[in-house]
Each structure stands twice: as structure tokens, then as C-alpha cells.
Design a protein around this ligand. Sequence first.
Ligand code: SAH
Length: 242
Amino acid sequence: MVNGTNSSLLLIVLVVFISNLFMHHSALSQDYNRLREKMVEEQLINRGIISKPVLNAMRKVERHRFVPSELMREAYNDYPLPIGEGQTISQPYIVAFMTEALVLKPTDRVLEIGTGSGYQAAILAEICTEVYSIEIEEVLGQRADNLLNELGYKNIQVRIGDGYLGWPERAPFDAIIVTCSPSKIPQPLQDQLREGGRMIIPVGDTYTQELILVKKEKGKLSKQYRLPVMFVPMRSNSGKRY
Ligand code: SAH
């Protein structure tokens, strides 16, 4: 009898412990859902982002999965965060602004230069059929690729390499998004843009740049200056800034 009482007590303690664990977990993910919704309202909608596909993608993708665990609580705040190797994940507003500027269609094939955490690639993959992303830093590219696979994205291909050169085997692209900054628009990327295609790219010097929206029409490029920004530099394999 004593044994029976002990084991039912043990069972109760165990059940309470396990259900606490689950409650804790679901409370956390509810917190993140709330923070993400707040981010969309306050940082995106209030600042003029109106594209439904962009807003829905930003509502859906769990940004906290893409930042180092000690920074998860800050994932939905209004600033960029370090992701290791001296690189950063862009501020949510900048991700939304750049994605909206590309006016993506579901059938578009998109090239991203600077995979970083993989967050921007995930946002693109929620909107478009095919996403190609190039990262020069092997550790980051590998980590992003693993995470994107774990999250079930089948329409993203990550490649380790120098994005200055683009991805000629997969060109032309309907849209190109560059998330590291060169001092001028790389010729290979211009060449790999499809007729009617759009590219958004931060161009300038090391500390101040301008986001430029490039469009290719009748073989000619038009440029619109959109927003002052600060991105990490686009580097070659030898570490030199482009
Ligand atoms: N889009 C990313 C943020 C990118 S930070 C995200 O959503 O998290 C910029 C990234 O560009 C860095 O990871 C950096 O290593 C990478 N990078 C710099 N020069 C590059 C180059 N020539 N080719 C490809 N990636 C480059």
C-alpha cells in the first residue's frame, strides 16, 4: 500500500512537472507571437508598409529563431542584432522596406546576396517560388542553410561564395536583393537581372549608404534613391571591400 501511494504521488508530481514544462513553452511562444504582431503594427504598418504579402510573411516567420539564443528576447525590437562573425541581421523595418520595394510576384525567382542568418531568405521564400542566396562566410551560410531546412523551406538554395559574381548558372533573376554594401553596383548582378527585373541594393561608403532601387527596362537600368542606410560591407574572399 505504501508503495502504491508513493508511486501515485510520484506520478502526480511527474504530471504536474511535465504540464508545467508545456505551459511554460506555450507561454513563451505566445509571447513571441504577441511581440511579432506588435512589431508588424508599430514598426511596419505605422511607418507605411502596405504590401499584404510582405506583412503576412513578417507575421509568420519566427524571427527569434534566426538570432543567437541570448538575444531571442530582443528579436522583435526596432534595431539590427549581431549574428556572429561580425555580421548583423537587419532591423525588421529595413527587411520589410526592401522586400516591398521589389514588388514580388509569387512566380518570381529571387537572388539574395548576403544570407547572414537566413531571415531575409525566409521572408522571400514565403512570397516567391524560388529563392537563391549566397553567403561568403562559410560558418554563417552553413548555419542558415541548416536552420532553413529544419524550418521546412524547400524553395531556398544557399550557396557559399562571393555574391559579387552573382549566380550565373541560375540567372536571369526577376529580383535581386543585396544585404551587404558595395561602393558601386556590381556589373555581374546588373547582367543577371531579367528584363523588367528589380534590384534593391545599399550603395555607398563604409559608414553611409543609400538604398537604390534599380530597374531594367529595354536593356537599360534606371535608378531611384530610396533611403539612407547602414549595412555591413560587401567583401571579396581576400577581405577587401568592393
Ligand atoms: N540578409 C541577412 C543579413 C545579412 S548581413 C539576414 O537576413 O540575416 C550581410 C551578410 O553579407 C553577412 O553575413 C556577410 O558575411 C555577407 N557578405 C559580405 N560580403 C559578401 C559577398 N561578397 N558575398 C556574399 N555575402 C557577403
